[in-house]
Design a protein around this ligand. Sequence first.
Ligand SMILES: C[S@@+](CC[C@H](N)C(=O)[O-])C[C@H]1O[C@@H](n2cnc3c(N)ncnc32)[C@H](O)[C@@H]1O
Length: 228
Amino acid sequence: MKFLSDRAHIRSFVLRKGKMTTGQRQAVDKLMPHYALTPDSPLDFSQVFGNDNPVWLDIGFGNGESIIHAAQNHPEVNLLGIEVHLPGVGRLLMAADENNLHNIRIIRNDAVDIIREFIPDDSLQAVHIYFPDPWHKKRHHKRRLVQQEFLDLIRPKLNSGGRLHFATDWQPYAEEVALLLEQNTDWLINSQTQSRYAPRPDWRPVTKFERRGQRLNHASFDLIWHKQ
Ligand SMILES: C[S@@+](CC[C@H](N)C(=O)[O-])C[C@H]1O[C@@H](n2cnc3c(N)ncnc32)[C@H](O)[C@@H]1O
């Protein structure tokens, strides 16, 4: 994978080698040409997906459980996933192929660079960030994906009323993001619940990372906000 920018920017991930199963390796070799995008200019989603359905972006999709679930349950929507971890990409590709899902595309790169360079303004109906690395240690907090700068990056990409859905099982991270959103008057809290944390909606499944948190007795926190 080639990063788009070499300029010193604090990345929200450490690229692990990770073991690939034969199935994942084969899926990557065979299916990347069909599902993966390697943009060199701003994306035209109607062209990419072959329709004008709304686009939901899933950042750091891990093994892709949330994308597969949303693609199956919301065939009226296009799913774009961005992830750097290749074994996870392989898993998603295998599941997309097995389930014959055509409303999925992926990009294997740093989501921050991709959003900045290639996602057009007003082009997304939703941005989903599920169980992003919490970077527990204080000296690593600067690596957390969701900070003010990131909110400023994604807000213009959403269409009016578009949704930002963030979920984590690390309460301090949930509180930090909730505080940020509450301070930004250009985001509106979910009008139905009006409470800081929303119940898990139907489009988000329980993922591997969430199950791991549950084994540690961690609660999950869903924040659902909309662009004004
Ligand atoms: C803890 S996992 C959560 C995976 C998944 N969303 C879930 O709920 O199971 C976080 C994932 O985000 C990915 N990630 C972190 N920062 C990223 C970035 N800037 N661009 C793309 N992927 C990123 C990591 O590689 C990792 O797979």
